[in-house]
Write a protein that binds this ligand. Structure first.
Ligand SMILES: [Zn+2]
Length: 395
């Protein structure tokens, strides 16, 4: 492989783009009705990629909600591997923030909504391709930058990329503190409904209390969380968990509740399948039915998301690790993250996927920032990874 130690990132231009991206509001309009969405930030990124002579396409994944996909065509795609860099352009809302879009720079930190989650990563993606351009390095395989909508809600953007895009590996540039994330958890959302029988509050002979019945479900789930789930563990992710999220039921103080509904979230390890998790929940309800033939409950699973796990000896992990060592002079750190990310959808579509991005803090919180030097470091590592993974024409 070529070395290209000369790959340098244009610090001023990268910071400039970062500040522009943070100053453009792109609050997800589903999370916050009236939120501006991704259109303007997408225009800005499309223009930046066109200036780098990339082939840019804009696809609406929902009305006014564009994905931008920019391709740096490889010089010899038959000989080089293709690499997808993926980052989301939407942000959560700005509750509690004083100046969410001024993009103020204090010391090494750039503040504002979306700075950490994840416009620092977006700026690094562009900065990496710009560094190749500056060094006149043209990879053999395609480099694809995907700037996607709607990660903060339903992942419409990455779902579209996963349906149509193909690359030999992918990197999602969410903030990881310049560590390489090779695993994250998945989740299963489930709704449990217990049935009772409505009756006047005095009519104990007729009334059947659906809320009491849900109490048994809650006790069983708590036991699962305290006793069973801690027995499973992943070296980077710890144990899976379950918690009760929302509960509704009852019609009035003097009425036996005919129904109760509980929404729960089960956070899963990468090797726990949806079917297994559903089966365990069904088993809880079956056990309660055995104990009491009058117990009635049903289970629905409205949404599941897989966890992520990429093999430590896969090419993308090894090459990214080497690029970190080389560019940052640091021993690469491999981590797992508890939260769910779009990375799992790309992995599910057959692309070995990792997360690697800048350092920052306050994602979804009132004070959000990204460490600017880490954005530059991230861009340098990405540029190095592109040349090593996609290959380059000998000069
Ligand atoms: Zn994010």
């Amino acid at each position: 492989m070529e070395s290209h130690a000369g790959l340098t990132v244009d610090t001023a231009a990268t910071i400039d783009l970062l500040r522009t991206l943070v100053s453009i509001a792109s609050v997800n309009p589903v999370l916050v009705p009236g939120g501006p969405g991704e259109a303007e930030v997408a225009r800005c990124l499309a223009a930046a990629c066109e200036r780098l002579d990339m082939a840019v396409t804009v696809e609406q994944v929902a009305p006014g909600r564009p994905n931008v996909v920019a391709v740096l065509r490889g010089s010899d795609p038959d000989r080089g591997r293709s690499l997808l860099l993926n980052g989301h352009t939407d942000t959560v809302g700005t509750a509690g923030m004083d100046h969410p879009f001024t993009a103020s720079l204090r010391g090494d930190r750039l503040y504002g909504r979306g700075s950490d989650d994840m416009k620092g990563g977006l700026a690094a993606m562009v900065g990496a391709v710009a560094a190749l351009k500056r060094a006149r390095v043209r990879p053999l395989g395609d480099v694809i930058l995907a700037f996607v909508a709607d990660e903060e809600h339903a992942s419409l953007g990455t779902a579209a990329v996963a349906r149509t895009g193909r690359a030999d590996a992918a990197i999602v540039t969410e903030s990881t503190g310049l560590r390489i994330c090779v695993a994250h958890k998945g989740f299963v959302w489930a709704t449990i409904r217990t049935a009772g029988r409505a009756a006047h509050g005095s009519d104990y002979a007729t009334g059947e209390d659906a809320i009491f019945r849900m109490g048994r479900v809650l006790a069983a789930l708590e036991r699962m969380d305290r006793e069973e789930l801690p027995q499973r563990s992943h070296p980077l992710l710890g144990r899976p968990s379950v918690h009760a999220s929302l509960i509704t039921g009852g019609e009035g103080l003097s009425t036996y509740p005919p129904s109760c509904e509980l929404a729960i979230e089960r956070r899963t390890l990468p090797d726990e399948s949806d079917d297994e998790v559903r089966g365990e929940l069904e088993a809880v309800l079956a056990g309660l039915r055995r104990d009491d033939p009058r117990f009635q409950a049903s289970l629905e699973v409205p949404l599941t998301r897989p966890g992520l796990e990429v093999a430590r000896d896969s090419e993308i992990v090894r090459i990214l690790g080497r690029a970190v060592a080389r560019r940052l002079g640091a021993v690469p750190e491999f981590v797992g993250l508890g939260a769910w990310f779009d990375a799992a959808l790309l992995s599910q579509a057959g692309m070995p996927t990792v997360l690697f991005g800048p350092s920052g803090g306050g994602a979804h919180a009132a004070v959000e920032y990204v460490e600017v030097p880490s954005v530059i470091s991230c861009a340098e590592v990405l540029a190095q990874t592109i040349t090593d993974f996609c290959g380059v024409q000998p000069a």
